[in-house]
Design a protein around this ligand. Sequence first.
Ligand code: C5P
Length: 399
Amino acid sequence: MAALNVVVGISGGIAAYKAVSVVRELVLAGHDVHVVATSNALRFVGLPTLEAISRNPVNTDLYEGVDEVRHVAVGQAADLIVVAPATAHTIAKIATGQASDFLGNTILASTAPIVIAPAMHTEMWQNPATVANIETLRSRGIHIVGPETGQLTGSDSGQGRMSEPSDIVAAALAAVASSHDLAGRTVLVTAGGTREPLDPVRFIGNRSSGKQGVAVANAALARGASVTLIGANLEVAPPVGVRLIEVGTTLELQTAVEAEAVTADLVVMAAAVADYRPAETAQSKIKKRSDSRTLELRLEENPDILRTLSSHRSRDQIIVGFAAETETDDSVLLQLGQAKISRKGCDFLVINRVGWTEGFASDRNTVIVINKLGDRVGEANGSKLSVAHRILDLVFAAR
Ligand code: C5P
């Protein structure tokens, strides 16, 4: 990618110290970085640090550089604006177009892609005012990265932690590379893992957290697609801006997929689906037996949603399946994938290795993508968001 003129806006939250790493990564990648810090941001991180790391003067005061009309010039020159961290206050100001400080002016004066990384306490993030402001920003095509669920400033944890600097940089550069390349497209993503009830309190399920599927939904949304997410027992928050349909079992997932796939240009089946369900579901809790030390469960096969979808597709749409395998040998993994894609009939298969410690709950992933013919079309390794962008790049490029 050619060197970009990047504005990094920093607002006043504790995550401002991590913005230094955002600036650093962008500079090391060869970009010309101009920091615009609010006065509160400078209470958290020193101006000399930002000037040294960015290798440019930091802009804070509206009344500095007036002769160069700097309050608009910085925004006009930008190829990309990244706001990290974006506090609830700064988000509200951007949503209402306020120009009371340098950052507000810069954003209003720019036509470049804008990527913001919110950071705040969970209550503030979930407050209807913030939710509405985020929706406003998204509807204007502003990309939102995170926030993640994790440790907050104090001993508390929850949703609101700023995304990691490398994720912010990856999302920001992807925003430039593909600004709205999926505008007008409809994307359907399934995520999570289905659970098949044995009785009112127990189920047969799997360890899928839904992180990779949610990352695909996030990536598609950031690229301008209209996204429907069918979430099966998600352990992560769905992105604001997707249409969410919550399901529990494979049969519920099937009904939702069949209804939604009709209008989708791309279907990504990232959910881990139970191949079998209990033949009977007890209406009251199954009691421990005193007459036997074993309990037999009878299972019946679930429908293969992906295979049915691929064979009955009504129009030209791209269908992507996932294959989570515990196989450790790469060539055997590929062979399993090749056999699977010919069984399923989908256009692409994303193969990833899972195990006790890798795959499911992790924030990172390593995948191989193959096409219908079983040919390897690419691979990806990194944060689940960066893997998601790569999958979208590969499947749309191959069409
Ligand atoms: O056969 P396996 O479960 O490994 O295939 C995984 C892929 O197939 C995933 O994309 C998953 O969402 C989909 N699948 C499905 N219906 C099933 C089982 C898996 O759609 N019953």
